[in-house]
Design a protein. Structure first.
Length: 560
């Protein structure tokens, strides 16, 4: 009996046009995403001749010095806390180590401006700390004692450090866990103490991870607006809004924004260089990982205290105070202004997550199907929006959108006597576009990583069987990418809920989110009304941080 085997179906030529369309649409999408940066350059070059001398005489020097001091302070703080906690957790055993291992990541769930609001309410003159001190010691007013001012540059450095140190902790801990036991043991056999082996062996091997973590923390510091605005700290992020809104100079704000972009570009170059040298960290070693040193007595409890302190100050204390202040007002989330802001936040976050997920899938798929250098360069540029501060993106988006609206309105009025009004600027479209540009890197990175785990032989087999581009994605890629895409969508959803500077600048009239309402209540010193919205934002950030810590714990578990 002879079995007839059907030959494989040849690839249809008609599919070539579909792949071409996919590539062209991807290039168009990357061009739209790159529009804000191009607009910034255009407006900065067309700045009025007198604006820069005025800025130089008045505020530019102050912005530069204060921003540099803020970055220096936060960089030093996140390095000390992140590296120290990572080394203790990765290389030592002490009480509560397993709990602190994941708890040290929890401050990522709390936006820094919310932590700033909580500590201001706690430490201000009318707050419980100073009120208790006055009652205990009989002080009548502020002239009778001295108390550190929380609304200051040092206060901003401390708050931002407590929120951002997990960037350094996560990457450095992973690097320490990947190091071979042989390297440290060889150093100990040469007569080095544990501390000397750390400084001369473990630290140099983990240097790239530390640099990357610090660079990420500094990029977030440059993007920070809520804390520095609330504390009245004059930095570039607040200066951009001041020049734009108060001085009425979009061109001058664009110039300041480009200076901030240049600072971010330097950090990106440092991060890329560190990542390129990552090979010397010995992550590919097949030797067993380091054995943890057992700490005893006072030393063990000192390690527990050192690791627990940033968790308590950066998350548990603010979260506990928010819960206590909001418990009797939690119903405010479902009535009045907060209810409307909650619905707006959920709507915006869901739309942003959907658009970013679909666009990321499209761009990653186009890059997989085509090796064109232009397309690959475009996707890389499109995914850099996360490194650009939200206030900078806001200017780069609003300027061309407003120019388009004005030009269209003028043409319609001259031609037909009609007015189109605002079609893009001042609408939800502009805000959604900004969130897409800002967070596309999250979705694209996760989706591209998912595609890299899919063997290309599956693509070849599907196309030999006659599958077109859409069938290939729907029947082969999507089932394998579902987890990566859902993770990216969750991260975009949460980050959109927390986004403040871009939402403040691009939101439509009478459109408030939890972030903007919470910020406004806090600026108006109405902390009681601010707490329910702040608690909702923090709770929304807890879920992805827990999922992230669980994933990293499984992937980074030291080998026996």
């Amino acid at each position: 009996m002879t079995l007839a085997v059907a030959p494989p179906t040849p690839v249809r030529r008609g599919h070539d046009r579909s792949y071409l369309v996919i590539g062209l649409v991807a290039i168009l999408a990357t061009g739209l995403v790159a529009l804000p940066v191009g607009a910034l350059v255009w407006f900065a070059l067309s700045v009025e001749p007198g604006i820069w001398p005025h800025l130089t005489r008045t505020v530019l020097g102050n912005y530069t010095i204060t921003t540099s001091l803020l970055a220096l302070g936060v960089g030093t703080g996140v390095t000390l806390i992140g590296v120290g906690a990572a080394w203790l957790v990765a290389a030592h055993d002490f009480p509560l180590r397993r709990t602190l291992e994941w708890a040290l990541m929890m401050p990522l769930a709390a936006p820094s401006y919310i932590v700033a609001f909580v500590y201001t309410d706690l430490l201000d003159y009318a707050g419980p700390v100073q009120s208790t001190l006055r009652d205990l010691f009989g002080w009548r007013n502020a002239a009778d004692y001295s108390f550190p001012e929380i609304r200051s540059l040092p206060g901003a450095i401390i708050i931002i450090t407590l929120v951002l140190y997990p960037y350094v902790y996560l990457l450095t801990r992973t690097a320490f866990l990947a190091q071979s036991r042989a390297a440290v043991e060889a150093a100990r056999m040469q007569g080095l103490s544990a501390s000397a082996a750390f400084w001369r062996v473990a630290m140099p091997m983990a240097r790239p991870a530390i640099v990357v973590g610090v660079a990420l923390a500094l990029m977030e510091t440059l993007n920070e607006y809520g804390t520095v605005d609330f504390f009245a700290v004059p930095v570039f992020s607040t200066g951009i809004f001041h020049v734009w809104i108060n001085m009425g100079s979009l061109e001058g704000a664009s110039g300041l924004a480009l200076m901030l972009v240049a600072a971010v570009a330097i950090l990106l170059l440092a991060e890329r260089r560190a990542r390129a040298d990552r090979r010397f960290t010995d992550a590919r070693s097949t030797r067993p990982a380091q054995a943890r040193a057992q700490l005893h007595g006072a030393t063990a409890w000192a390690a527990t205290l050192l690791c627990a302190l940033p968790v308590v100050l950066g998350f548990l204390l603010p979260f506990g105070l928010l819960v206590g202040s909001s418990w009797h007002r939690i119903d405010a989330l479902f009535t009045g202004d907060l209810a409307s802001a909650l619905l707006n936040s959920l709507e915006l976050a869901a739309l942003a997550a959907l658009v970013v997920t679909v666009l990321s899938l499209w761009l990653a798929y186009a890059g997989r199907m085509s090796g064109a250098p232009l397309l690959r360069l475009g996707t890389r540029l499109a995914s850099m929006g996360y490194a650009i501060p939200g206030s900078v993106l806001a200017i780069g988006i609003l300027a061309p959108f407003a120019a388009f609206d004005n030009a269209l309105d003028a043409w319609l009025f001259e031609s037909f006597g009609l007015s189109s009004g605002l079609l893009l600027s001042g609408t939800l479209i502009a805000l959604l576009f900004g969130c897409t540009v800002r967070f596309l890197a999250l979705g694209f990175g996760a989706t591209e990583a998912g595609f890299e785990r899919v063997p290309r032989s599956l693509d070849d087999a599907a196309r030999l069987l006659g599958s077109g581009p859409l069938d290939l994605v729907r029947r082969v890629h999507w089932p394998l990418l579902r987890a990566s895409s859902l993770t990216a969508a969750l991260l975009v959803f949460v980050d959109t809920l927390k986004e403040l500077p871009m939402t403040l600048a691009l939101r439509p009239f009478n459109f408030e989110t939890l972030a903007t309402v919470t910020h406004q209540y806090a600026v108006d010193e109405r902390f009681a009304e601010a707490t329910p919205g702040a608690l909702a934002i923090v709770l929304a950030g807890v879920v992805p941080v827990i999922l992230l810590s669980h994933t990293i714990r499984r992937a980074s578990r030291p080998r026996a």
